[in-house]
Write a protein that binds this ligand. Structure first.
Ligand SMILES: Nc1ncnc2c1ncn2[C@@H]1O[C@H](COP(=O)(O)OP(=O)(O)OP(=O)(O)O)[C@@H](O)[C@H]1O
Ligand SMILES: [Mg+2]
Length: 256
C-alpha cells in the first residue's frame, strides 16, 4: 500500500505556502519530512489529512484519490494524524482520549485496538483513568500517538512528536515509532527539525524549502503552483532524485 502526494499546492488566503510537494511512502516505511520553520511541513500533513484544502495536486492512497476529502474520510481510509503540539483533550481521561481516536471504528475494533495501544505504551494503561492534562509531556505525546493508532491506520502522520521533550523521552518516543512500523506494519511521515534525530527513525527524507516571500505574496491564487516540483530535495536512497529549480531560484534551508 502506498500513500503518494503529487505536485501538492496549498495556500492560506492569497499566500501560497506549498508549491508542488511530491512524496511517496509505503506501508511499513517511515520517511522524515524536514525543513525550517514556516517551510510548510505542517501544512503538507494537514492537507494529506484533509484539514487544509489543496489548491492543486493530488493525494493518493493506493491510487484512490483522497484530495480535498474531509478528515473523517481520510481517517476511515486509514490515515491518522499526530498533530503539532499534541492537542490531547486535557480534561478527558487517557482512555476517553483514546476512544475519541477510535470514533471511525466499530466498538469491537476499538476494544481490540485499546489493548494494542496499552501493550505498546504500558504507561498509558496504568494511567487510563488519569486526566490528560496531568500527564507528563512524554506521556501526553504517547497519548497523542496512541489516539492516532486507535483509528487503525495504515499511515500515521506525526508532526514534531519530540518537540520540547527531554532526550531520554525523545528516545522512547522514537522507539515507539519504530515498533509501530515493525510490529504493526504502519507507514509514516515524521516531521522533524532535527535531521540527525529524524534519520535515526526514518529510512529516508524529503526536505522542504521555504516559501519565497516575494512571489508567494504577489502570485495569488489565480496561477497557483506555476513552477511545481522544484522546491524540494529528496534523499538519494529514494526513488526520486534531486530536482533543480526551473522557476525562480530557491535555496534549500538545510542539509543533513
Ligand atoms: N492557518 C493559517 N493561516 C495563515 N497562514 C498560515 C496558517 N498556518 C500556517 N500558515 C503559514 O504558512 C506557512 C507554513 O506554515 P507551516 O505551519 O506549514 O510550517 P512548518 O514547516 O510546519 O513550520 P514549523 O517548523 O514552525 O512548525 C507559514 O508561513 C505560516 O505562517
Ligand atoms: Mg509545523
Amino acid at each position: 500500500m502506498t500513500l503518494a502526494v503529487e505536485n501538492l499546492c496549498a495556500a492560506y488566503g492569497e499566500i501560497e505556502v506549498l508549491h508542488g510537494v511530491n512524496l511517496k511512502v509505503e506501508k511499513g516505511e517511515i520517511i522524515a519530512l524536514l525543513g525550517a520553520n514556516g517551510a510548510g511541513k505542517s501544512t503538507t500533513i494537514k492537507a494529506i489529512m484533509g484539514l487544509v484544502k489543496p489548491s492543486a495536486g493530488r493525494i493518493l492512497l493506493d491510487g484512490r484519490d483522497l484530495t480535498g476529502q474531509a478528515a473523517h474520510l481520510a481517517a476511515r481510509a486509514g490515515i491518522a494524524l499526530v498533530p503539532e503540539g499534541r492537542k490531547i483533550f486535557k480534561k478527558m481521561t487517557v482512555e476517553e482520549n483514546l476512544q475519541v481516536g477510535g470514533v471511525v471504528r466499530s466498538g469491537a475494533e476499538v476494544r481490540e485496538q485499546l489493548a494494542d495501544v496499552y501493550a505498546l505504551f504500558p504507561r498509558l494503561g496504568e494511567r487510563r483513568r488519569q486526566v490528560g492534562g496531568t500527564l507528563s509531556g512524554g506521556e501526553q505525546q504517547m497519548l497523542a500517538i496512541g489516539r492516532a493508532l486507535m483509528s487503525r491506520p495504515n499511515f500515521i502522520l506525526m508532526d514534531e512528536p519530540s518537540l520540547g521533550l527531554a532526550p531520554l523521552v525523545v528516545e522512547s518516543v522514537h522507539q515507539a515509532i519504530d515498533r509501530i512500523r515493525r510490529e504493526m506494519g504502519i507507514g509514516g511521515i515524521l516531521v522533524e527539525q532535527n535531521v540527525a534525530v529524524a534519520l535515526t527513525v526514518a529510512a529516508r527524507y524529503v526536505m522542504q524549502a521555504l516559501a519565497e516571500m516575494g512571489s508567494a505574496g504577489g502570485r495569488g491564487l489565480a496561477q497557483p503552483c506555476r513552477s511545481p516540483v522544484t522546491r524540494q530535495i529528496t534523499s538519494p536512497t529514494s526513488s526520486a532524485t534531486r530536482t533543480e529549480p526551473s522557476g525562480p531560484s530557491v535555496t534549500p534551508t538545510g542539509r543533513p
